[in-house]
Design a protein around this ligand. Structure first.
Ligand SMILES: [Cu+2]
Length: 143
C-alpha cells in the first residue's frame, strides 16, 4: 500500500510539476488592466504568477527577442520560454510539455477574443517564434 501510494504520488508529481513548479514572471505596466485580467486567467489555470510592474517594457522585449511585429502588452518568462501577450494557459501548458525548440509563444497585438480581453467573435492565432523571429502557427482559435 505504501509503495503504491508513493508510485502514484510520483506520477502525480511528474505530471503536475513541470507546470506548477515553474512560476511565470510577467512584466507589465502598472496601469495595464487587460494584463491583470490575463494574469488572473493564468492563476485560475493553476500557474504561479510573479508580476513585475515597470514603465518601459522595451528593454524587456528586446532581451526576450520580441520584435515590434510580435509584441503585445505584457511579456512573460517561464521555464526559459517567452510568453508574449494574451496567450491561453492551455497553450503555455502544451509548450512546457512539448518543449519545442522555439523562443516562445505570442499573440501579436491584442485580439479582443483572447483570454484577458474576453470579447467573443474574433478569430486569432497563437504563434511560436524562434530566435531569428520566424513564426509558425501554434494554435488557432475561432474566437
Ligand atoms: Cu492586453
Amino acid at each position: 500500500m505504501y509503495l503504491k501510494r508513493t508510485f502514484y504520488g510520483l506520477v502525480a508529481t511528474l505530471l503536475v510539476a513541470p507546470v506548477l513548479a515553474a512560476p511565470i514572471t510577467v512584466y507589465k505596466s502598472l496601469s495595464c488592466a487587460c494584463c491583470e485580467d490575463w494574469v488572473a486567467h493564468m492563476q485560475e489555470s493553476g500557474f504561479d504568477v510573479e508580476v513585475i510592474n515597470g514603465d518601459n517594457l522595451t528593454p524587456i522585449k528586446k532581451l526576450a527577442g520580441v520584435s515590434s511585429e510580435l509584441a503585445s502588452c505584457h511579456t512573460g518568462i517561464i521555464d526559459g520560454y517567452v510568453i508574449e501577450g494574451h496567450v491561453p494557459a492551455a497553450d503555455v501548458r502544451q509548450l512546457l510539455q512539448q518543449q519545442p525548440e522555439v523562443r516562445g509563444l505570442t499573440i501579436p497585438g491584442m485580439p479582443q477574443s483572447a483570454p484577458g480581453m474576453d470579447i467573443p467573435g474574433s478569430p486569432y492565432d497563437v504563434l511560436s517564434f524562434d530566435v531569428q523571429g520566424n513564426t509558425e502557427v501554434f494554435n488557432r482559435y475561432p474566437g
